[in-house]
Design a protein around this ligand. Sequence first.
Ligand code: AKG
Ligand code: FE2
Length: 348
Amino acid sequence: MAARGYWACACFYTDNVFLPRYGLHVRYRDGPQLRQDYGPALRSRGCRSDEDFKAVLSEIEKEMQRRKQLGRDSIERKAIISQQYKAKHPEVYVLQDSFLAPEFLETVKYCTSQAADLQGLLCLLETFSDKRIYRLPVFSKDFCRVFIEELENFEQSDMPKGRPNTMNNYGVLLNELGLDEAFITPLREKYLQPITALLYPDLGGDSLDSHKAFVVKYAVHQDLDLSCHYDNAEVTLNVSLGKEFTEGNLYFGDFQQAPSPVPRYIEIEHVVSHGLLHRGGQMHGALPITSGERWNLIVWMRSSAIRNQLCPMCNKKPQLVKAEGFGDGFTRSPEGDEPETVDLCSVL
Ligand SMILES: O=C(O)CCC(=O)C(=O)O
Ligand SMILES: [Fe+2]
């Protein structure tokens, strides 16, 4: 359970609604606003008739309803899972050094040593272009296999399942499965933060105090790819868990807060058991797999010190609304200077 109160930004109830049919994220107030702001973009993507537009509106209304109920639904699912789900591999719920690649442990050890600096750390990582994207071994191959077995066991069970986010229809929310407390939180605090403190000090890499962790799954008759987006995170870890697959590379463009007129994209292949660290605001997506199954662990890491100043989703001072658990990682400090809070009813 989150130790302190975490909040979300009110923009969650108006912004970044993904329309899969048209591959577009929109901001929504009402029909006339949607038509005015996105009419041309929607038309150019094939949304032409009144019927098409009505279908979009009803899809958005459905998504808004889902968002309003999300906190309550998630708590309910988590309670049912903790009471009724029989784990196949109960040992994976408590992080142990033996799950981690020896090189990862070495890197963490270096980062926690007195002499650690960015230059020294970069010698231990693979660097991609100038986009501040890095790759490193994270887990052992054995752990990846056992972890996927556990996730498949959950997937095949009749337990209630939430979706990782609006863009992924398959996958597992790790907090609902009970993996936050003794796995993801210590992974972030003890192992990842020493690394991100050196790589991303300007993004709160040294003060990542909450996260949202999930596993995404791509398979031939399920989701194949992922549209271009940025994460609701200051820093993201994306670890390839397996299984066997072809294609499905990730691609990365500009940093969303510093777009260029003609973005340059780079493509990065998955290496099973290795993870990529990137800024949450780095535009990215995934190309379609052409065979097999791809499972990746995604940890969206958040720094309240950074996001309390500016919500990365709406790029404005956050307007806080109550949220469950880690919420979206915003906090209120007793010292003042905290973001403004609003009653949810006033934004809906
Ligand atoms: O498909 C992937 O590996 C990337 C997933 C991702 O970017 C996300 O869920 O935010
Ligand atoms: Fe992402």
